[in-house]
Design a protein around this ligand. Sequence first.
Ligand SMILES: Nc1nc2c(ncn2[C@@H]2O[C@H](COP(=O)(O)OP(=O)(O)O)[C@@H](O)[C@H]2O)c(=O)[nH]1
Ligand SMILES: [Mg+2]
Length: 252
Amino acid sequence: MADDLRSSEAWPPGRVIALAATFDERDNIGPLVDALLAVDPALQVLVVDDDSPDGTGRLVLERADQEPRLHVLVRRGRRGLGSATLEGLELARRHGFEIVVNLDADFSHDPADVPRLVAALGPGGPGSPAVAIGSRRVPGGRVVGWPLSRHVASRLVCWFTRLVLGVPVRDASSGFRAVRLAVLGRVTGPFAEGYAFQEDFLWRVHRAGGRIVEVPITFTDRTRGRSKAGLAESCRSIGDLVRLARRTWLGW
Ligand SMILES: Nc1nc2c(ncn2[C@@H]2O[C@H](COP(=O)(O)OP(=O)(O)O)[C@@H](O)[C@H]2O)c(=O)[nH]1
Ligand SMILES: [Mg+2]
């Protein structure tokens, strides 16, 4: 939108960019940007903030003035994790990047795992995966620090996505994933705008013939700030998943 705020449009050329959507991540975003920039001198970082009331967007915009590898889009109003992620993917593609590594801003996803996810995409070309998921549900993957209720909810969604939606992956809800941006030319929306974007995107990639692989990761529950996956967000996601099931089985 016209009144969105952006860091400089002059991005250095690059191949891989890390993407974090943020809403009220003031205590996490500084250390996260530092950790990502330290992973590899060629890695760039894009933050898509939804005008966080706690000032996350302003903080990271100021930082971007001093750091040419950091890019920021601050959108007006809260428009959802899925819509922020999609806008980030499209922006990275417009700037000529090949691969986006999407991760949460709360350190649940370890920046040190980024190179492993990128490597799992292989050299590109026919047969290479379109998406590599940082997965909690393949051998070697695990979750640290979640209450039982989160384990149950997350497992239900992953089962639903595999068995009802027919997407052959174990951790469809994971927000840690490397995406080869060429796949955007093969999938069409409208995509779910909230948390169900994660399953929705994989559903579309799979139906377009894109290959999806899973790489084990350790997911650690956040220690700073609070989760934004509240009741309203959960209800919206359930609605989105039910609509996908209808499309899968009834075609409308
Ligand atoms: N831009 C944007 N980011 C969001 C929104 N909702 C959540 N996020 C971010 O999405 C990521 C995952 O959210 P989180 O609250 O950690 O969800 P949880 O891990 O499922 O508990 C975090 O980086 C959040 O700051 C939103 O509406 N807009
Ligand atoms: Mg989180």
